[in-house]
Design a protein around this ligand. Sequence first.
Ligand code: ASP
Length: 322
Amino acid sequence: MKKILIIHTGGTISMMEDKMTGAVSTTHKHPLTDMTPALSEIADIKEEFMFNLPSPHITPLHMLQLGRNIENRLSKEKFDGVVVTHGTDTLEETAYFLDLFLKTRKPVVVTGAMRSSNEIGSDGLYNLISSIRVANSEDAHNKGVLVVMNDEIHTARNVTKTSTSNVATFQSPQYGPVGIITKQAIFFHQKLLTQETYTVETLTKNVALIKAYAGMHESLIKAIHHTGIDGLVIEGLGQGNLPPNIVGSLEAMLADGIPIVLVSRCYQGVVQATYSYDGGGNKLKEAGIIFANGVTGPKARIKLMVALEHTDNPKELVPLFE
Ligand code: ASP
């Protein structure tokens, strides 16, 4: 029987609904703990209650602690796989950080729930069981960090939360899930062509994320510049364009050695330097803005934080993103 470690970090999967008020909150004792005997039919399970945080309280420091803990326990205690339970709001950021951080080929699966443990149609226990089954599967090796929810397996790199409340919230726009889970089996039908990992000792760089919009004013960029940030990610328009009003203030940031990474606010497609009008992608690239392909704004921010621990030289940053 395989040895699987479950690390709980909090989120709705660890919460209960107050039947009088309908409010959902964390509980003293994890509500799924009593279910552990049922899980041991699938694998030899060990559980760790690392954090008990709603995921909006998760910081990059928690992500780094989690990554180190997984690395440590995988190497010292010879687990065959790991399942992390996490709030869904920032799940994709933690999963993506783990994907960039962990060098293991063993399955690491992140899961959560959209309905707390005592709500009708609660999906927590089901997602936990599905995740253990995936972590137990030989086919889940060497696939990077995976996110399992609602009978689907997604890569940490492509998955994003798409609905505020639907149990089918986790989707990989443009790419789809890499596998599905049925009552009898785990089926993978895709895998990533490339995987990248970085050595991360600290994760302290201050990287901001903003979204571009029609008629955007440079005052926002100037204000951010003066907060002393180490890097900026902008969710730009379409293929990677920005309102011309903000370009001058972005150039001032670049001149101060603050790297700027551009993704699109569209949830599908890639950014590219197509247009040469003022604020067009072509001009932005010429000015030194880095185009990041294949990741959302929050993930580009995590990646820039990781990359900045190694270099702030734009020439070295460009190939990490493009
Ligand atoms: N707000 C909750 C959290 O992220 C939502 C969830 O867990 O699904 O902790």
